[in-house]
Design a protein around this ligand. Structure first.
Ligand code: TRP
Ligand code: ZN
Length: 903
């Protein structure tokens, strides 16, 4: 662990930003790679920054590295002071060349930050502050330099030597060693540096960019994974084409490489020209990867590629600006995935496919980001302070950041947004800038003052918009009054609030026949085209009056989720059912169903907590049954509507979270849907089979999703024999992982219902079949950790056993995510067992991970951060577990989380 990582937490404040005293123009790195001890020679051309205050010393960051020597302008330099977080050099001129030599220890590095070994290969991860673990440097994003990199290593063990940019030269050296020299012509911050060395192989393609230049594309993996690279390559080619077509942005390097690594903390990393991916976001073929995996890979390949412009060519001035690149790039990857799902044709099914992607994105926001915004880690899209920057790669920065970017597009249209993007690149290419710079580009390109819009970046918490409506039959007018506030948010969020937001609020009005009414606002000469209007809310309370409204309408509010807020409107159950049946906006149609069933689920949970009888009105079941049977709707849309909100989300909506009561309620509704709609589920199962070769088209994916949802409902029946019969046949006949995994999952669920061992042989077969495919074994661990369990067979017993399974290791984040995170974050009813057994397990794992990989440990630590919102008995047990962890952990990352949680 890094010295500075165990130091007392020092809070970094956005307001304290100061430009660097020195700039580093060029960097020449030489690596003598060896797993025990790697020697790094770093030659920098340095000059004073004319725009900074004069500093007497040149201070460089360094962590977990051993200083060897310093040479200044060709002479040994001794005025060097090495300390725990770097070194200081005295007596430096205004411009000079400095060479520093140091050692690092890749094989010992379990943090997966800096230079480390995975599967016998070398990899680096430098974002956010990993470069200082490789060499002494001004490791901050506003120091941009050009790099040349020489890699030397044993040729037999490390035949492939990769770094950023273009390959200049390679050749043999004495003693069985060889070298490669790389040059990256683009200035970049240190967090975008990367090297990879090992026994890897690639598939490659040559493509021509829009301006006709030839580009070499490579996907590098271990040789046995070459059969899982095609989808990543296709996704890369699609990403290149999409960025050209949608934003006029071309690939700037002659060569673009992506590499898979088994041990990786996050999803993937956008190092210039050398993207590095967690294997699960790169490797896929139909046999080993599900439809969800295929979709995730497309999104992540796109995301990292799009960073080449939004992140790399224009980067962040400091880490508080993280959403400048992450929110924007997340928005871009969401739009890319939506366009890919829609295909080339513009028609109704393309719109439906796009809506499906939008719903999935919003679901993530509502289920994860809204919770974050209501807890102790609540922060604005542009945070004001942090202890450990790694803790701020959050759903707020990414997903809410993407929503903030999307609002510019909603306000200005696609063309206006494009103008803003063009101006942003024109002004800032090659610079390290701020979220304000982006907003100014959007503002200037569209001739619109966006000062008020800044609040989206600086206010924490989730805004609420309360809606009141009044129809005046005599005047034929309809008044819609919108009131924005933050409700009763946490003090931490309240402190950041400065006033009302500028908010695009999209609305439609629906008539008795279910059709949209024309829209004309007071003062307008005639109804505007289209039946959706984007109202611009700027005041705390504002009334919009529609005129010429022939009948009392039903409002369809916040269509397409035009702003990341919670809408409060007193719909009756019948009105929600009506919207679910008729709203022309697919997002709101889905949302109406979610509101309807959430309301029922919360009331059922209340009954379950009080021990009173549960019941659900037939009219509610029928409203969902009609969607299930409506063949004019796409299967993927129907699947989204019929998938109930997660237990975690529901527990979050209770005054006091009670996971056991939520589980009882949700299982009750699942069983009720299963029994009442049994024939419809069986029919859906049959109608959505996808015979023949596996296809990853949006259509085939939708069929499999609905068919497998049907199977999962059928497995909830008291007599699940149909599900068992179908699942066994599906498991055996499957030609793809989506179907095989879903079949196994249904069998596990039926086995829990029946309290027998029916799934055991299939579970064993699954393990044996995929023993040599780590990503599939991860699925096996996750399926077991997600089990419903029962009083006599609590899931914790199984999870504890699995944590000493020979295939389990805390050193591999994917495996930790599969077993530990699935149990602690995706199985709330079992994790929050009344005896506190889940919390004891959690505490052990956080403490163990803290010593290996603080970034992963800190993410796991967040599973208890909402402790104060739970029922009293759970709350006390959770706090005790948090205190136990707080007393034992050493890393800055975990300390920040548990200390914020304890308050
Ligand atoms: N920038 C990366 C992305 O957008 C995120 C990332 C990858 C990261 N590895 C990391 C962030 C390590 C912090 C630490 O996808
Ligand atoms: Zn990113």
């Amino acid at each position: 662990m890094a010295d500075s990582d165990i130091a007392t937490p020092a809070v970094v404040h956005r307001a304290d930003y100061a430009p660097p005293a020195f700039l580093i123009e060029t960097v020449a790195l030489e690596f003598d790679l060896a797993s025990e001890r790697t020697r790094v020679r770093n030659t920098m051309r340095v000059r004073r920054n004319p725009h900074a205050v004069h500093a007497a010393r040149f201070d460089l960051m360094g962590e977990q590295i051993q200083f060897v020597s310093a040479t200044l302008d060709g002479k040994p330099h001794t005025a060097v002071h090495v300390h725990e977080s770097g070194l200081s050099i005295d007596q430096v001129p205004d411009a000079f060349e400095l060479t520093l030599e140091s050692l690092c220890h890749p094989a010992e590095n379990t943090t997966l930050s800096g230079l480390y070994v995975s599967g016998g290969h070398f990899f680096t991860q430098c974002e956010a502050e990993g470069f200082r673990r490789i060499t002494y440097f001004l490791d901050r994003p506003d120091v941009m330099s050009t790099y040349t990199v020489t890699l030397r290593a044993d040729k037999a063990a490390y035949p492939v030597l990769l770094s950023n940019g273009n390959l200049l030269e390679e050749g043999d050296l004495p003693d069985g060693r060889h070298f490669a020299r790389w040059d990256d012509p683009f200035r970049k911050p240190s967090y975008l540096f990367a090297l990879v060395a090992g026994k890897l192989e690639c598939i490659e393609e040559r493509v021509k960019s829009a301006s006709g230049k030839e580009k070499l594309l490579q996907v590098w993996v271990e040789p046995h994974d070459l059969d899982k690279t095609r989808h990543a390559m296709d996704s890369l080619i699609h990403s290149i084409r999409w960025d050209e077509a949608r934003y006029g942005l071309e690939l700037d390097l002659d060569r673009f490489m992506i590499v898979a690594v088994s041990d990786f903390t996050m999803g993937a990393m956008e190092n210039k020209g050398l993207n590095i991916f967690s294997s699960r976001y790169l490797l896929a073929n139909p046999e080993t990867a599900t439809d969800t995996d295929f979709a995730n890979i497309e999104a992540v390949v796109g995301h990292e590629y799009f960073h080449n412009w939004t992140g790399n060519r224009v980067t962040c001035r400091d880490w508080f600006q993280l959403s400048l690149k992450e929110g924007l790039t997340k928005f871009r990857d969401q739009e890319f995935s939506a366009d890919m799902a829609a295909g080339d044709e513009a028609n109704a099914s393309a719109d439906a496919a796009r809506a499906t992607k939008r719903i999935a994105n919003v679901r993530t926001l509502q289920q994860a980001q809204f919770a974050e915004a209501a807890g102790p880690m609540a922060h604005p899209v542009r945070p004001e302070s942090y202890v450990e920057i790694n803790n701020f790669y959050t759903t707020t920065v990414y997903n809410n950041g993407a929503e903030v970017v999307r609002m510019y597009q909603t306000l200005f249209g696609r063309d206006g947004f494009r103008k803003g993007m063009d101006l942003y690149f024109k002004r800032h290419d090659g610079q390290a800038v701020t979220c304000d710079d982006f907003r100014h580009a959007m503002s200037d390109a569209n001739g619109r003052d966006l000062a008020q819009f800044e609040r989206w970046y600086s206010q924490a918490g989730t805004p609420r918009v309360a809606v009141k409506t009044a129809y005046d039959a005599a005047q034929r007018s309809y008044r819609v009054t919108l009131t924005q506030s933050y409700g009763e948010s946490l003090a931490a969020a309240r402190e950041t609030q400065k006033g009302p937001l500028l908010m695009p609020f999209s609305i439609g009005l629906i008539g008795k026949d279910g059709k949209d009414l024309p829209l004309r606002l007071e003062g307008e000469a005639s109804a505007a085209p289209g039946t959706t209007r984007v109202l611009e809310l700027t005041e705390a309370t504002q009334t919009f009056t529609f005129v010429d409204v022939a009948e009392q309408p039903l409002p369809s509010l916040l269509r397409d989720f035009s702003a990341p807020v919670i809408v409060e409107y007193d719909y009756t159950t019948e009105e929600l059912a009506f919207l679910l049946a008729h709203d022309s906006d697919p997002f709101n149609r889905w949302d109406a169903g979610q509101r309807l069933i959430t309301r029922e689920l919360l009331s059922l949970a209340q009954h379950a907590a009080e021990g009173t009888a549960l019941s659900l009105d037939d009219s509610v079941v029928d409203a969902f049954g009609r969607v299930l049977a409506d063949e004019s709707l796409s299967p993927s849309f129907r699947e989204l509507v019929l998938m109930l909100p997660s237990e975690g989300y529901l527990a979050e909506q209770m005054a006091e979270s009670n996971p056991a009561a939520i589980h009882t309620a949700r299982q009750y509704v699942r069983k009720r849907f299963a029994a009442a709609l049994k024939n419809a589920w069986l029919a859906a199962y049959e109608q959505n089979r996808t015979p023949g070769a596996y296809e990853a088209t949006a259509k085939a994916i939708g069929h499999r999703a609905l068919k497998n949802l049907a199977l999962s409902y059928l497995a909830e029946l008291d007599d699940p024999s149909d599900a068992i019969r179908l699942a066994r046949a599906q498991y055996d006949a499957a030609n793809n992982m989506t179907d095989r995994e879903a079949a196994l999952s249904a069998l596990l669920s039926a086995a829990t219902t029946r309290g027998d061992a029916i799934a055991e042989p299939v579970l064993a077969d699954f393990y044996k079949r995929y023993e040599t495919e780590p990503l599939v074994i991860d699925k096996w661990f996750a399926l077991l950790a997600r089990q419903r369990g029962s009083a006599s067979r609590p899931t914790i017993d199984m999870v504890r056993n699995l944590s000493s399974h020979p295939a389990f290791t805390l050193k591999n984040p994917n495996r930790v995510y599969a077993l530990i995170f699935t149990f602690c974050a995706a199985n709330p009813a079992q994790f929050h067992a009344a005896d506190g057994s889940g919390y004891a397990f959690w505490a052990e794992q956080v403490i163990a991970l803290d010593a290996l990989n603080p970034a992963v440990a800190a993410r796991l630590a967040r599973s208890l951060e909402m402790w104060h919102r739970f029922t009293p008995t759970l709350r006390e047990k959770m706090r005790a577990a948090l205190e136990q962890v707080a007393a034992r952990v050493k890393s800055r990352a975990v300390r920040e989380i548990v200390e914020k949680a304890l308050g």
